[in-house]
Design a protein around this ligand. Structure first.
Ligand code: C2E
Ligand code: CA
Ligand code: CA
Ligand code: CA
Length: 279
């Protein structure tokens, strides 16, 4: 039994070592990923189901690692946040988003909003707002065309600094969206006091919305309250016509998900959009 216990501990140690070495490898790789052209952004449309208009696109980061292949942002964003690399990477994403949305505007391809995910760690960088203002002047994009998506944790926190930055962003003209709504602990009551424009209802409430009565009740309640305080609501992870229909019944017309489109590579987006408009 002793020997077996020892083997387990060895196995456990090896697994930890392996996990740490993968993590270190990812962190090392991330440091040079921008320079080596391994990062790219994709764009996923947000559609008004009542009019079939694509009113916005969300910018989503992708990393092609030379040995490990394509790595999910759910894996590498937390590492980028812990290591502080998210500041440089986040600035790069923002520049990509603004550059492409500007190009598409000038070439009459798309004149809607671009939504960009911003991590809390970026907000805490004292130079964040300066960099953002510079980027707006450099790319000539209007702030009201750039929605900043932040996760709910930013709102459950009582930190006055966060609120100050959100207010500042809002003053510059950026619309603000709360991402993954419903997965954290923020209340709509608190959000009412925040400069927020859009609530993005997390995919987990949408998955079974066609049949699950409690999910329907929750989403209905969020939609009612959001509308009563003047916020837009969008459903995330919409995959079926049935979900679109149920959401419309509930009064939620803004949808994003594979039902309309997966995130598109930069070069594919104009064609996707043209085809979608012709449908
Ligand atoms: P998110 O912001 O909640 O983005 C939505 C995620 O759901 C995306 O995963 C998207 O591809 C996926 N998705 C969209 N529609 C559907 C659907 O119908 N079905 C399913 N199964 N999935 C759908 P992705 O691109 O892997 O990104 C994962 C997360 O990584 C994002 O979640 C966001 O939190 C983070 N992320 C991505 N890009 C950035 C970035 O540039 N900066 C920061 N800070 N975070 C990012
Ligand atoms: Ca998002
Ligand atoms: Ca989300
Ligand atoms: Ca998410």
């Amino acid at each position: 039994a002793k020997k077996q216990q020892y083997d387990y501990i060895q196995l456990f140690n090896n697994q930890i070592k392996q996990a740490l070495s993968t993590r270190n490898k990812l962190e090392e790789g991330l440091k040079t990923a921008i320079k080596r052209d391994q990062l790219t952004v994709y764009f996923q449309p947000q559609v008004n189901s009542a009019t079939n208009e694509v009113f916005a696109i969300e910018c989503l980061l992708r990393w092609q690692h030379p040995e490990l292949g394509s790595i999910s942002p759910d894996t590498f964003i937390p590492i980028a946040e812990e290591s502080g690399l998210i500041c440089e990477i986040g600035d790069w994403v923002m520049e990509q988003a603004l550059t492409h949305v500007r190009q598409w505007l000038l070439s009459n391809i798309f004149d809607g909003t671009v939504a960009v995910n911003v991590s809390l760690a970026q907000f805490l960088n004292p130079n964040y707002l300066i960099g953002l203002r510079n980027l707006l002047s450099k790319t000539l994009v209007a702030a009201n065309k750039v929605e900043i998506e932040v996760t709910e944790s930013l709102f459950s926190n009582q930190d006055a600094d966060h609120l100050a930055i959100l207010k500042e962003l809002n003053l510059i003209g950026f619309p603000i969206a709360i991402d993954d709504f419903g997965t954290g602990y923020s209340s709509l009551h608190r959000i009412k006091m925040m400069p927020v424009n859009t609530i993005k209802i997390d995919k987990c409430f949408i998955d079974n919305i066609e049949t699950d009565v409690s999910d329907q009740t929750i989403v209905q309640a969020v939609v009612n309250i959001a509308k009563s305080i003047g916020l837009n609501v969008l459903a995330e992870g919409v995959e079926t016509q049935g979900q679109v229909n149920k959401l419309a019944e509930i009064g939620c017309y803004y949808c994003q998900g594979y039902f309309y489109a997966k995130p598109q590579p930069i070069d594919s987006f104009p064609n996707w959009l043209a085809e979608f408009k012709n449908k």
